[in-house]
Design a protein around this ligand. Structure first.
Ligand code: NDP
Length: 268
């Protein structure tokens, strides 16, 4: 019979690394499947998903700008998708279209890979958009002691803090450094620094940027200068893919060698 088909849906989608990641997972686990990039017109998400399911596709990753539309389209949602208010993974099932969100689990897995002790940790989230919202529940389930949120637009940090029962961190300064500071803003796309309270980053802090690229981000460079250990978000990307793969295939791939492979390819 025909090979099992999966795809990542977005717009734009040309630069997505997801096909390379899922192909590597398939090779590693001995699964036979195909995984494509599909650019979906901005006004046609629901219709296109319907057509692809009718054509036999078994699952989708969903990226910018469709994660909220995927959430609305899903007929059932996992608790972590419900908390995130966004869906990055879809799977047609006999009980309807299932929506999951694996971004937060991907972050948690990457922090664990980096050796961070999350149980009891103090975590600062920079940014109050979808990426920040999506990681709060998975971080809490990993046992962190405190989550605080800091954002350029303070009202948005306040709203998330109330919704999730977490703390607001003022952008100016703090007396107690955090164990992990996560940049979940898009400031780095423009080469800018996110709001970072003085004193938040110490030498024991892991400064984690959800952005990734061939070069360290402005946030990573700044935090390195403060003596902190730094990491970019490529491992989170591979981690979320591994979680999606596990949902679809019932087999959990090892992210580490695939991350190393991607990292090497980015240097070329
Ligand atoms: P949103 O657009 O929902 O949120 C953007 C956030 O960034 C807001 O809090 C916004 O603040 C802040 N921001 C934007 N520009 C600046 C600036 N110049 N200075 C300070 N703050 C700024 O984006 P998402 O939450 O969806 O995504 C955030 C980033 O995370 C993206 O760049 C994305 O690529 C990355 N990401 C990475 C993933 C991975 O797997 N590695 C997974 C998901 C996301 P304000 O409220 O004041 O506007």
């Amino acid at each position: 019979s025909a090979v099992d088909r999966y795809a990542v849906l977005g717009n734009p989608i040309a630069h997505s690394k997801s096909p390379a990641i899922h192909s590597a997972f398939a090779a590693q686990t001995g699964q036979r499947l195909s995984y494509e990039r599909i650019e979906v017109p901005l006004d046609a998400f629901a219709a296109r998903v319907g057509e692809l399911i009718a054509a036999g596709y078994l699952g989708f990753n969903v990226t910018v700008p469709f994660k909220e539309q995927a959430f609305a389209l899903a007929q059932r949602r996992t608790p972590r998708a419900q908390a995130a208010g966004a869906v990055n993974t879809l799977m047609p099932t006999s009980d309807g279209l299932l929506g999951d969100n694996t971004d937060g689990a991907g972050l948690v897995a990457d922090l664990q890979r980096l050796g961070v002790q999350l149980a009891g940790a103090r975590v600062l989230l920079l940014g109050a958009g979808g990426a920040s919202r999506g990681v709060i529940l998975p971080l809490r389930e990993a046992g962190v002691a405190r989550i605080a949120i800091c954002n350029r637009t303070a009202d948005k940090a306040q709203a998330l803090a109330i919704e999730f029962g977490i703390a607001v961190q003022a952008a100016e300064s703090t007396d107690t450094p955090y164990d992990v500071v996560i940049n979940a803003t898009s400031a780095g796309l423009a080469g800018a620094l996110p709001p970072l309270p003085t004193g938040a980053v110490a030498v024991h802090t892991l400064a984690y940027d959800m952005l990734y690229g061939a070069q360290p981000t402005a946030f990573m460079q700044h935090c390195s200068g403060l003596g902190a250990r730094v990491a970019d978000g490529l491992g989170m990307l591979v981690g979320q893919a591994a979680e999606s793969f596990a949902l679809w295939r019932g087999v959990r791939p090892d992210a580490e060698p695939v991350l190393a492979q991607l990292r090497a390819a980015m240097k070329d």
